[in-house]
Structure formats: C-alpha cells, structure tokens
Design a protein around this ligand. Structure first.
Ligand code: PHE
Length: 363
C-alpha cells in the first residue's frame, strides 16, 4: 500500500459522491449514502485503516485530506437534506391493512316533514297541479286584506301574528305596507292569481308562523300545504273528488272522509275535512268497540280533522282582478306536521324540530 493508491482512492470517492448525490431524491437514499461512506464499515473507515501503512509525514498529509473530504461530504449531505421533501414513511412503501374496519360514511336522509311534503306534492302533481312557493315574510295585504280577512278579525291582532318592526314595505310615497311572518300559505293564492290568468291548479308547500306556546301539538313554526284550482265551472264536487284522491293515496284506500261546515273569510261555502281515525282503524282489527272509546288520538269520536277548505270567496276574486261571475274555484290548506303525526303515529310535534337522531333515523 503506497501513498498513490490512497490518493487515487480519495479522488475516486470524491467523484463518486458527487455523481451519486445528483440522483438521490429521498431521505432514505441520503441515509444510505451516509452509511456507505461514513458508516463504521464505510469507505472513510477503510481509508483511515490504510493510514498506518504510510510514513509519518505522509500520514498527517493524507489524514488532513481525508478529513477535508469527510467535512465536505457532511456539509453536502446537510445541504441536500434541506432540498428533500420529507415524505411520511408510509408513502415510500404503500401499506394497506385490509383487516382494518372501513371508515363509516354517515349518509343523511330526508326529514320526515320533507318526505311527507314531497309525497303530498307528488300526489297533486300527478293530477295536474303545479308546485309553487311563496316568501315567508309577507305583506299584511297578501296575508289578510286580499284574502277578505277584515280588520276586526282576531288573527290580525299583534299577539296573534309576528309583525316585523320597525320598517314596512313602501308601496307608494305615502303608503307603507306592514310586513309579517305569514300565518298561513293562503297569501300565495293572492300572489299567483294577481300574476296569472285562469285556469290555475297550484299546490303550495311552506313554513308558516303563529305565536303559539309550544306544547305537544303546537309550535310557533310549522308547515302547511295550500292547494287551489280556478277556472270556469269549478264546483264543490271537484274539491271533494280531488281531496278523496289525496286522502286515499296518503292514508290508504279504505279511508273515509267527511266535510263539516265551517267558516273561513276567504272561502264560501267553507268546510273542515275529517278523515276516519287511522289509529282506531288499526285498533279495530284487534280490539272491541268498548276499548276504542279510549283512543287518545280521536278521543273515541272516530274522526280526525286534517284540513280547511272551501270555494274561493268572490271578494278574493275581485281583489286579484278576476271576474267572480266568470270564474269559480276551490282552495284548501292542511298542516303537514299533523298529517305526518297521524301517518306515522307520532304523539309530539316537538320531535320534528329537536334534531334527535334517534327519532329522525326511523324515517
Ligand atoms: N289558511 C287556512 C288556515 O291556515 C286554511 C285554508 C286554506 C282554509 C284554504 C280554506 C281554504 O287555517
């Protein structure tokens, strides 16, 4: 072993390092390089092991050369490290443990109220009604005046309606319309009829607001579905026929209906519509007459009120610019929560709004 052999070796290592560094692009590759040269059995250890074969003056010169190269290599490795994007250890080797349980994807579902709205709208859609929506903030005119609801009517009172304060809607320079949260979906009758000519067959789902104290059967916000039809020669019998299609579709073929005379300012004549108690019907199959008296849903009467209806009042037609001698029509309005409660046997309206997944997941 002479000095020239060691020098050639040093040169060779020096060149090799440069070439190898160019292609290294991972932390792992860099570590392998470090071990190859600086590890305990690496190239530098071998070079150092050759030193005792040299003469004393040669030893210190070669020793210095080896050290310089070593330092250079260390600083090059340090520099290179900065340019390498540290990847997580797993990305170098793809690890897939097929024994692990999959990540559970929670899939949402429609709210029971949305389901009932969709179902009812689909029934009317099938028989030619268009689905239309209106705003929840309404003018006092559309909610009351246009619908022939007189100034003295109790539903106009401040404690019976959510009025919006302080500003109303400017309708002319000196006149301002009061705004409120609509108390029913009937104002959409005014909106549709004022902007469209008959024939009209419309169904209107939406939220309505009344300042009722919340309990098992009341909520300050609930949903209604309004329906109306206007043309020449529309009769009460059309209303009956259409509501029968609806009731049978939603509650079953064997449902019975009855019309009770009632009063609404915007319909004349007016009627409330009842269906035969579906809870009793279920019980009928298993229990006797005596037990049926205790039905908590209908109170033993055997009938359940589901909606208000009637023939559209001539004053409403005048208010929207229709000729009441030429056109007739019917309208009806139902509470969606009530229908959903009857359909699914739910006894507390608050369940719809509490967002309790144990309840909502059942639909
Ligand atoms: N708007 C009425 C209510 O909220 C329901 C109704 C609609 C009655 C249409 C008759 C005709 O009670």
């Amino acid at each position: 072993m002479n000095i020239n052999t060691i020098k050639t070796e040093i040169d060779f290592i020096s060149k090799n390092i440069e070439a190898e560094l160019v292609v290294i692009n991972s932390a792992q590759g860099l570590e392998e390089l470090r071990i190859k040269y600086l590890g305990r059995q690496g190239a530098f250890a071998q070079l150092t092991g050759m030193i005792p074969c040299l003469s004393l003056p040669e030893r210190s010169r070669i020793g210095q050369e080896i050290n310089t190269l070593k330092k250079r290599l260390l600083s090059i490795i340090e520099e290179k490290q900065k340019t390498i994007i540290i990847k997580p250890a797993v990305s170098d080797k793809f690890i897939c443990d097929i024994g692990l349980p999959a990540i559970v994807q929670e899939i949402g579902r429609l709210h029971p109220i949305t389901k009932v709205i969709d179902e009812i709208c689909a029934v009317f859609n099938r028989i030619g009604f268009s689905v239309v929506e209106g705003p929840e903030i309404e003018t006092e005119y559309n909610n009351f005046t246009g619908l022939n609801i007189s100034l003295e009517h109790p539903s106009r009172e401040a404690f019976d309606t959510f009025y919006l304060k302080p500003q109303g809607l400017k309708v002319s320079r000196c006149q301002e319309e009061k705004l409120l949260l609509r108390s029913h979906t009937s104002p959409v009758q005014i909106r549709m009829m004022s902007s469209h000519k008959p024939p009209l067959a419309v169904i209107v789902p939406g939220r309505v607001y009344r300042p009722d104290a919340v309990d098992a059967s009341h909520s300050f916000m609930f949903h209604q579905i309004e329906g109306f039809m206007v043309d020449e020669n529309i009769r009460f019998s059309d209303l009956k026929g259409i509501l029968e299609v609806f009731a049978k579709d939603v509650f079953g073929e064997d449902i019975k209906m009855r019309f009770r005379p009632h009063f609404f300012p915007f319909t004349e004549p007016s009627a409330e519509v009842d269906i035969s108690c579906i809870i009793c019907r279920r019980k009928q199959r298993t229990e006797n007459r005596e037990q049926r008296k205790h039905c908590s849903v209908c109170g033993g009467k055997g009938w359940l009120e589901i909606l208000g209806s009637g023939m559209i009042h001539p004053n409403v037609f005048k208010n929207v610019g229709y000729d009441p001698k030429k056109y007739t029509g019917f309208a009806f309005g139902m509470g969606v929560e009530r229908i959903a409660m009857l359909k699914y046997g739910i006894d507390d309206i608050r369940l719809f709004f509490e967002n309790d997944l144990r309840f909502l997941k059942q639909f």
